[in-house]
Design a protein around this ligand. Sequence first.
Ligand code: 5GP
Ligand code: ZN
Length: 135
Amino acid sequence: MMDCPFCQIARHQAPAQIVYEDDRTVAFLDINPVSRGHTLVIPKGHYPDLFELSPGDWQAVALTAQRVAKAIKAGLGAEGLNLLQSNGPVAGQVVFHFHLHLIPRYRGDGLRLGHRSPYREQDFPETARRIREAL
Ligand code: 5GP
Ligand code: ZN
């Protein structure tokens, strides 16, 4: 879809800190992270949500998510990780291109899911680099 922000990232037509990409999926840093290294995994194909997602692309997203989760753990020193995925406005979905959230957890992070703060400028590319290099 031309006006979908995540389709634009998948086509490299919008800037993103991409940490991993293959023929079916892209993983990139969330621009307003819940924690450092918060990553979104999307299928390159446009599906609004889980209800529309093809089984093959769900499988591809799941495989990418596990691979990138391990890299987040190794590259950023995360001790745990939450998977989150929202479908429909009532569930808090804001971008209507299917995406899976990988939310790294750090000891004592006191995280309440839903509270966000932006990256300090150079920490944004540096965080992506550490995950890429751990893949
Ligand atoms: P959801 O739809 O599951 O509520 O979350 C959408 C997520 O996408 C949010 O965490 C938001 O910060 C992130 N997001 C929205 N637009 C962009 C964008 O243009 N680039 C990146 N990297 N993340 C985005
Ligand atoms: Zn899209």
